[in-house]
Design a protein around this ligand. Structure first.
Ligand code: 5AD
Ligand code: SF4
Length: 487
């Protein structure tokens, strides 16, 4: 594995290699020298803190950053206040995500006044917006490093530049790429959980839903080769992983742009064959690309979890057209009900936006109707947020705020009611759970996850973590279960 490249044998006085990922290992070796200098001066290793502020893709990127930091010698701090180096891994899908970043920056500025050598870095989707960079340059000069989503692999090289230029005050290192067709993997990764892992199978998105900023900040869709993905998963399994989550903005269009095109269903068939791997999850599925072949593969599989996240966004065909989603209300409902019929124990979850420009009370009724018909097992509901640069940002006729709020509350109540009904169906049955952690509030309990993604708490200790356990689902508490092990 590349993780095992010994940084100490790299000659940092030679020219850096041009080929990736070797170039980054060279810069990791250089950064390690800075870390050692710090240790000599301070009598301790420097500490870093990486704050993940976004989705699963973002979380996976954070694991990559942490892997690199640990490799060059950093220890991990529990919070920003204790850290010598802080990275905010940002999100920009809704405006409140951006506001959170500015809030955090205010706090970091306070810490930095007491700890002037603190290094502050920002990366992630929000950094791909030109207006954001301009604002940060103008008003947040205490930031040391800014990079984006396309060049995250270049983190060691950029960090080395920060170290080399740090003596110059107010020097902000900024490196943002507009897009890329590059995929650089095989750098160190520090997994949050030893027994489960995300895997990027593709990057970017070509769908251009009219409200969404992702295609602008994550770039064009590009898939990793199936053999690379399989090799990575095999490596993870050897390392103790039993559950993988295949990650992409739209996994259903996986493989279309490869030299030798492969479908997502075909990839899943190959992943299924990996010995020792127990569970497969994936995220996210665009309804327009969900194939019959995928339903068949899921149905036959013993490893693919009984959970499908299928974003609806709106139940009104007219709004769906404005959103550029490329399916109708009827097509969505037909698909979801067919999946439920084919795979009866599946949980279907979704994302819904309320308040898209032009959405009327009747449109909202259509959405509520879909929720009642499909009976989602869970739904993430969002109030539409205008993202500059997206086609919807210039659409007019947004409903008044109080109407949107009222619609949102009605939707939330309905979604909670259907989710409760769906989840409670399993009361009294025995299902398999992967035990993930000690319960936060009660140290005599552990928390596990069922194949259908429902959480269950049961008596147990740390020896169960990472194990698959048969659990009796004794009491449904709304969105989770209390149970006990019958293994
Ligand atoms: N406003 C509100 N919600 C949004 N999402 C994406 N863009 C926006 C926006 N501009 C939601 C969608 C998507 C989820 C990840 O975030 O529902 O599926
Ligand atoms: Fe955004 Fe649509 Fe792509 Fe999802 S499929 S990331 S909502 S553009």
């Amino acid at each position: 594995m590349y993780n095992e490249i010994d940084l100490d044998i790299i000659d940092i006085n030679s020219e850096p290699p041009t080929e990736e990922p070797f170039r980054q290992y060279y810069f990791m070796a250089k950064c390690r020298r800075w870390v050692k200098d710090f240790e000599q001066k301070n009598g301790r290793l420097p500490k870093s803190f990486v704050l993940n502020m976004g989705c699963q893709m973002n979380a996976r990127d954070s694991e990559k950053l942490i892997g690199i930091l640990i490799n060059i010698g950093y220890e991990m701090a529990e919070n920003e206040g204790q850290a010598d180096f802080v990275i905010l891994n940002t999100c920009t899908v809704r405006d409140n995500a951006n506001q959170k970043v500015y809030g955090r920056l205010g706090e970091l500025n306070g810490y930095k006044r007491h700890h002037p050598n603190m290094i502050i870095a920002l990366c992630g989707c929000m950094m791909q917006e030109q207006a954001v960079i301009e604002k940060l340059q103008k008003s947040y000069s205490f930031i040391n490093l800014i990079f984006g989503t396309h060049n995250i692999f270049k983190f060691p090289e950029l960090l080395n530049t920060v170290y080399e230029t740090k003596s110059a005050r107010n020097q902000m290192v900024i490196d943002i790429w507009k897009d890329t067709d590059k995929i650089v993997e095989e750098l160190p990764i520090e997994r949050k959980y030893p027994f489960k892992s995300g895997i990027n199978i593709m990057f970017g998105c070509n769908n251009f839903c009219s409200y969404c900023i992702v295609p602008y900040v994550r770039g064009r869709e590009r898939s990793r080769k199936p053999e690379e993905i399989i090799q990575e998963i095999k490596g993870l399994v050897e390392d103790g992983v039993v559950e993988v989550m295949l990650l992409g903005q739209n996994v259903n269009s996986y493989g279309k742009t490869l030299d030798k095109p492969v479908s997502f269903a075909e990839l899943l068939r190959e992943v299924e064959k990996i010995q020792g791997l127990k569970r497969i999850r994936f995220m996210t599925s665009h309804p327009k690309d969900l194939s019959d072949e995928l339903i068949e593969v899921m149905k036959q599989s013993h490893k693919i979890c009984r959970h499908l996240h299928l974003p609806l966004q709106s139940g009104s065909t007219q709004i769906l057209t404005q959103m550029n989603r490329r399916y109708t209300k009827e097509q969505y409902v037909e698909l979801a009900l067919r999946i439920r019929k084919e795979i009866p124990d599946i949980a279907i979850t979704t994302d819904i936006i309320v308040g898209f420009p032009g959405e009327s009370r009747e449109d909202l009724e259509e959405t509520l109707d879909v929720v009642r018909t499909v009976k989602f097992d869970n739904a993430f509901t969002f109030i539409y947020s205008k993202r500059t640069g997206t086609p919807a940002a210039v659409m007019e006729n947004q409903a008044p705020e109080d109407q949107i709020k009222e619609g949102f509350d009605r939707l939330l109540r309905l979604v909670q009611e259907t989710a409760r009904q769906q989840i409670s169906k399993y009361q009294g049955s025995i299902m398999e759970a992967l035990i993930e952690e000690i319960n936060e509030n009660d140290q005599t309990m552990v928390t596990g996850r069922l194949s259908n993604n429902t959480i269950v708490h049961l008596p147990g200790d740390a020896s169960l973590i990472g194990k698959l356990v048969q659990v009796s689902l004794d009491e449904c508490k709304g969105f989770y279960y209390l149970g006990h092990s019958v293994s």
